[in-house]
Design a protein around this ligand. Structure first.
Ligand SMILES: Nc1ncnc2c1ncn2[C@@H]1O[C@H](COP(=O)(O)OP(=O)(O)O)[C@@H](O)[C@H]1O
Ligand SMILES: [Mg+2]
Length: 231
């Protein structure tokens, strides 16, 4: 469970001469296994919410809980314990250009001391899940945008995360590939992971019929089950 309790986030710029309030008094709960859309225009505060969940940022005030753990109390050196439970998917994929599909996904496991067979098995499973088994040995530049995003989803899944944070994952994709990626996210959610999807794509929001939290200029405007696009 993820819980925001009156969370505000202020970024200080230029040695605190300037400040930017990115999130104002946000309160909500996300239960295990939910599929939630964070909907808002560019600059609304979507990425800030995701970074507060992944311990990349700390709230300026209020508290964020992850599995009952108060993230404001987590030390920087312990943040990885939270991040191990999270899979990230980004708009720009963030793949390693000189590694193949298989290597890009395996790379996320190599820091651990697994033997090669185990790495191979696990990687093959997630790559098959995203439908790229025939492209295992391709480099990112040989793949379409949609295929590259599927690699990054496979990479996010390799640790079997409790929570997937997808930050505008379809922002660079055409409608056809967008539909594909959303279908995979739904499949992951049905398999039990919590999915938090940030987007400002009206078609995506209206097609999903999932819970929608709408943010505007750092404020939560609406929070509705089976929500629709409202901006
Ligand atoms: N590291 C940062 N330093 C200063 N301002 C930031 C930083 N990150 C985000 N902001 C500002 O906070 C606001 C919310 O940003 P963000 O959470 O990235 O929104 P979104 O993901 O919805 O586009 C924006 O005005 C943005 O410019
Ligand atoms: Mg963003």
């Amino acid at each position: 469970m993820i819980e925001f309790e009156n969370v505000s986030k202020v970024y200080y710029l230029d040695f605190a001469k300037e400040k930017k309030t990115a999130l104002k008094d946000a309160t909500f709960k996300i239960k295990d296994g939910e599929f939630v859309i964070l909907c808002g225009r560019s600059g609304a505060g979507k990425t800030t919410i995701l970074k507060l969940i992944s311990c990349e940022e700390k709230p300026t005030s209020g508290r964020v809980f992850f599995d009952k753990k108060d993230l404001t109390m987590v030390k920087k050196s312990d943040a990885h314990l939270i991040r191990e439970k999270i899979g990230f998917i980004f708009q720009d994929f963030k793949l390693l250009p000189y590694k193949t599909v298989l290597e890009n996904v395996a790379y996320a496991l190599e820091a651990f001391d697994y033997d090669e067979n185990k790495i191979n098995d696990e990687v093959r499973q997630v790559v098959e899940l995203v439908g790229l088994d025939k492209k295992m040995d391709c480099f990112p530049r040989e793949l379409s945008g949609g295929e590259q995003q599927r690699v990054s989803i496979a990479r996010a899944l390799i640790h079997r995360p409790e929570v997937i944070l997808a930050d505008e994952p379809t922002g660079n994709l055409d409608p056809y590939n967008t539909r594909d990626i959303i279908k995979i996210l739904l499949k992951i959610n049905e398999a039990g992971s919590t999915v938090i999807l940030s987007t400002h794509d009206k078609e995506v929001v209206n097609a999903l019929k999932k819970r929608v939290i709408t943010i505007d200029e750092g404020r939560i405007m609406r929070d509705e089950e089976e929500g629709v696009y409202f901006l």
